[in-house]
Design a protein around this ligand. Sequence first.
Ligand code: ZN
Length: 307
Amino acid sequence: MEKVIKLSLIGISLGIVGLGLQSCNQNSGKKEEKVSVDSVQHKKDSLVVVQDSITKVDSLRKDSITKMEENTSYIGVKDTTVLLTDSISPRYIYLTFDDGPLNGSQYLDSIATAKGIKINAFLIGEHDKMSKKLHGYTERYKNNTLVDCYNHSYWHAHNKYSTFYSNPQTAFEDFELAEKSMELEHKIVRLPGRNIWYVGNRKKVDLKSGASTAELLHQNGYKIMGWDCEWKINGVTGKPDLTVNQLYTQMKNLLRKGTSYTKNNVVLLTHDNMYQTKKGQKLLSDLIDSLKQHPNYRFEFMRNYPK
Ligand SMILES: [Zn+2]
């Protein structure tokens, strides 16, 4: 970059020197006049060269920043430049945990508190009624201002999704039952076994058989939330299907490329029972730390998801 600037300065100097020589010969007739016009042109050319150089410098700088953004994986302090260029607009992360209360929920509650981030729990009525211990986890969630509780149905379709959705009315009533039994305050649902979105006037359906139920819920004032990416961790071994870095990169790319369901918003689906082991908890903790490196990333509640 410096070389380009130096060259253009030499260009300007030559232009000025050229003008100076001509001014010494101002009384020498037409020939000199012509030279004078040429030298004005020369000066103009020099300025063009300077402008070009500045443009080149600008584009060089832009290119190198883009390259840095593309190539860098976040390893501590080294990424300051990238983080600065990345901090232009806020981007929202929604960590969503399905199927609780389950063994694992108690640690999620603690991680949210320890990290000071908002998380979202999509609960199942049946699990809440299964034991005092599990109901206690629901209570812990509800008493934590960093955890929002939402509706993931009462029976989870007994894991027979097509049968469940073949009758939208009974499916709808199942969500109503969950809402009442767990005293859920938000009309926000996630359909069991279906990645269906229906928020505001926009909808996206993965499998048709859940569409009529989603329609009915939407008509009755519910928001239906899908997800952009998923993380699976073995509840017993703590082994994940994606490493922290793979998932982190996936989330970052969804945000940078604007390919999530709603631009600048990314929803991660994962399940409470995947965090029973210390290994699983450490993975989640590491993911949160990676995401927290971005000053413009905000952890949000699904109730604040854009319409
Ligand atoms: Zn589920």
